[in-house]
Design a binder for this molecule. Structure first.
Ligand SMILES: [Zn+2]
Length: 261
């Protein structure tokens, strides 16, 4: 009796291992020194967990509770407004190019000249962070937000009642080193695209505030690819998203090959 109990435990732990993320790889070239390695293969459950935790909710909400998924439902134009003491405009451009290339459904481009942009990326020095927030959102909201979250960088996303993102503004610190800049640049763009929340217990996403990642991980790319699939429309509820995700993850080839059935 005792022996069969031990065998049972063994089988449970084997199947748990088969579900874990795999394909560990070092941080890609161009990452800051000391950037964490990443896993490159995930199970359906691991991708669903991240998607459902990160697409719903946010740190600070103003106005009506959004009903469901928020994302852009048209091509996204980004403007980079550089005013900090360290010139990171070209580096920011490379980050945007990477998102555009790796997640084609974003239909991401740089706004030409003074053309109106869907996402405004403001590159600033740390000392100007609070005053930039005040100018954008007013003193009261800034005070509440800073007191609640002690942010290093931040993104504000305005969406309509049907879930379409109308406009996003990201503030990114440029004068505190490569690690802070890269971590903020990749992290804040994920928010601007509609992954609005954080998950401090998810070990794979850049939207875990206990981690500094500074590159577009395979995990976050997979979540964005799901969010911008035509079958995940703005306004979709968590229940609807949960029902569609397993099929979508398989169709998009996002699941680890060993568990592809
Ligand atoms: Zn964040």
């Amino acid at each position: 009796m005792k022996r069969s109990f031990a065998a049972f435990i063994f089988i449970i732990s084997l199947s748990a291992a088969a579900l874990a993320a795999s394909g560990k790889q070092p941080a890609p070239p161009g990452s800051f020194q000391g950037a964490p390695p990443q896993y490159t293969r995930f199970s359906t459950a691991e991708l669903m967990r991240g998607f459902l935790a990160l697409t719903f909710g946010s740190d600070l909400r103003i106005g009506a509770v959004p009903r469901g998924i928020r994302r852009f439902d048209h091509p996204i134009r980004v403007a980079v407004i550089a005013s900090g003491s360290v010139d990171r405009a070209a580096a920011m451009q490379r980050v945007l190019d990477e998102y555009a290339q790796k997640v084609p459904n974003l239909r991401l481009s740089i706004a030409a000249g003074t053309a109106p942009a869907d996402i405004e990326v403001r590159l600033i020095d740390e000392k100007d962070f609070t005053s930039a927030l005040r100018a954008a959102f007013g003193a009261k909201i800034t005070k509440t937000f800073v007191a609640r979250t002690d942010p290093q960088c931040m993104t504000s996303v305005k969406s309509s009642a049907d879930g379409g993102i109308v406009r996003a503004v990201s503030f990114i610190i440029v004068d505190k080193g490569d690690d802070v800049f890269l971590d903020c640049a990749y992290h804040e763009l994920l928010h601007a695209f509609g992954l609005s929340s954080h998950d401090q217990r998810n070990p794979w996403t850049s939207l875990n505030q206990k981690r500094m990642v500074g590159y577009l991980s395979d995990y976050d790319r997979a979540l964005l690819t799901l969010l911008y699939d035509p079958r995940i429309q703005p306004g979709l509820t968590a229940r609807q998203a949960r029902a569609r995700l397993p099929r979508l993850i398989l169709d998009l080839g996002l699941v680890a090959p060993a568990q592809g059935k």
